[in-house]
Design a protein around this ligand. Structure first.
Ligand code: UGA
Length: 432
């Protein structure tokens, strides 16, 4: 098939490269000239494991190319994927500005019949709106079919997830369109869920909302466990062995972040409000996650009462390991609170320092190693479970700090390892 993918963020780029890898001819369109120039050389502007290899291989086989020119990118294409961002409006609803701009460009440039496939996460009903918007301004005599094909990719392992996902969801209101998309996706060898447009849109939101709920649920169980003498590690393990529950996403911590869960939970609440339905469970999940982000500083304040003038090491700024993304990262509000309390904050992150500098307040010290951040600190706080942070021996905190007090927001160490040291250790959902 001849395919165009519009938007080269992590979803669009991974989608384009993987569709080329399974034998389609793909052109990725993006309005960012600098990005397109870099991509043409096989250089990825984002870090995704395995992506650059896929880009280079498929560019060299002439199955993948990039352009800023819609006319050139759309020429002869059977299918056009929309994979631009849908950030959050102030009221929590999804901002469709980029999707609408794409629709206007499509109306101007489409000259042949196509299937438009929406990858972007959009509120239920948006696909019908996209179709209407393109048709309203169409200049040529062409037929538009529309389909929804939501993505379930985790940032950092998006290529792996594309080939090893649990399912592919395709939604369309016509069996013929579903058949075409089934053929396009056949190369991935994954179970395919065929459904209508609105159900496909809903599956995406419901899946992210469920995972966010699972995290908030285990966080609440952790908060209770530490008050009643239970250990959340054992509670999670014991619960997760029940196959109906499953062990994934039962790691207690300081709350979920990133560009998906916070945005999508709020968006589905907003969709529910529009449908005059009070989505109580997700309102509680959002509030619970907000509270969870604050608990590490609460623990610090309970222990120290005042941290004015104290050196505090903050380890990990990214919203999760293996990414440089700090969007909605718990580190932002934690560091703001520490600064408000008068602490002297020294941070380290293996990848996210550059992005963190753009969003963190003035006055934060950025260091080039865990050692440098922790040296002579009175308090160390772990916020992201990077491999290097987990593997940094707990004994080293003892040698680097005079009276080592470590607050671990991601339970990187077992209580047994810590007990052998003189470190005062506070974690999530476990006895101190
Ligand atoms: C998430 C979903 O996992 C993907 O399926 C989905 O496609 C994607 O959103 C999206 O909508 O685009 P992502 O945001 O990249 O992917 O990251 P996750 O690995 O799911 O982690 C999200 C957050 O949950 C992180 O802050 C992580 O620290 C937190 N988390 C995850 C926990 O606190 N505990 C856990 O047990 C698991």
């Amino acid at each position: 098939m001849d395919i165009a993918v519009i938007g080269t963020g992590y979803v669009g780029l991974v989608t384009g490269a993987c569709l080329a890898e399974v034998g389609n001819r793909v052109t990725c369109i993006d309005i960012d000239e600098e990005k397109v120039a870099t991509l043409k050389q096989g250089i990825s502007p984002i870090y995704e494991a395995g992506l650059e290899e896929l880009l280079r291989e498929n560019i060299s086989r002439s199955r993948l190319d990039f352009t800023t020119d819609y006319e050139e990118g759309l020429a002869g294409k059977d299918i056009v994927y929309i994979a631009v961002g849908t950030p959050q409006n102030d009221d929590g609803s999804a901002d469709l500005t980029a999707v609408e701009a794409v629709c206007r460009s499509l109306s101007r440039h489409l000259t042949q019949d196509v299937i438009i496939v929406t990858k972007s996460t959009v509120p239920v009903g948006t696909n019908e709106y996209i179709k209407a918007l393109i048709e309203e301004n169409l200049e040529g005599d062409v037929t538009i079919n529309i389909a929804s094909n939501p993505e379930f990719l985790r940032q950092g392992s998006a290529v792996h997830d594309t080939f090893n996902g649990d399912r592919i969801v395709i939604g369309a209101d016509s069996p013929e369109v579903l058949d075409v998309l089934e053929t396009v996706n056949a190369g991935f060898n994954l179970p395919i869920v065929r459904t209508n447009l609105r159900s496909a849109e809903m599956i995406k939101y419901a899946s992210n909302a469920f995972l966010a709920t699972k995290i908030s649920f285990i966080n609440e169980m952790a908060n209770l466990s530490e008050r009643i003498g239970a250990n959340i590690d054992d509670v999670s393990r014991g619960m997760g062995m029940d196959r109906r529950i499953g062990e994934a996403f039962l790691n207690a911590g300081i709350g979920y972040g990133g560009s998906c869960f916070p945005k999508d939970t709020r968006a589905i609440i907003s969709v529910a409000q529009e449908a005059s339905y009070d989505m109580q469970i997700l309102e509680n999940v959002v509030d619970s996650n907000e509270r969870q982000r604050g608990i590490i500083v609460d623990k610090v304040m309970d222990r120290f009462q005042s941290i004015k003038g104290k050196k505090v090491a903050v380890l990990g700024l990214a919203f999760k390991p293996n990414t440089d993304d700090v969007r909605e990262a718990p580190s932002i509000s934690v560091i703001e609170k520490l600064l408000d309390e008068g602490a002297e904050v020294h941070t380290f992150d293996p990848a996210a320092m550059e992005n963190a500098r753009k969003v963190l307040p003035e006055g934060v010290h950025y260091t080039d190693s865990i050692e440098a951040a922790v040296k002579n600190a009175e308090i160390a706080i772990i916020l992201t479970e990077w491999k290097e942070i987990k593997e940094f021996p707990i004994e080293k905190y003892e040698s680097l700090m005079e009276n080592p007090v470590v607050f671990d927001g991601r339970n990187c160490f077992t209580l047994a390892e810590v007990e052998k040291t003189g470190v005062e250790y506070h974690s999530i959902g476990r006895p101190s």
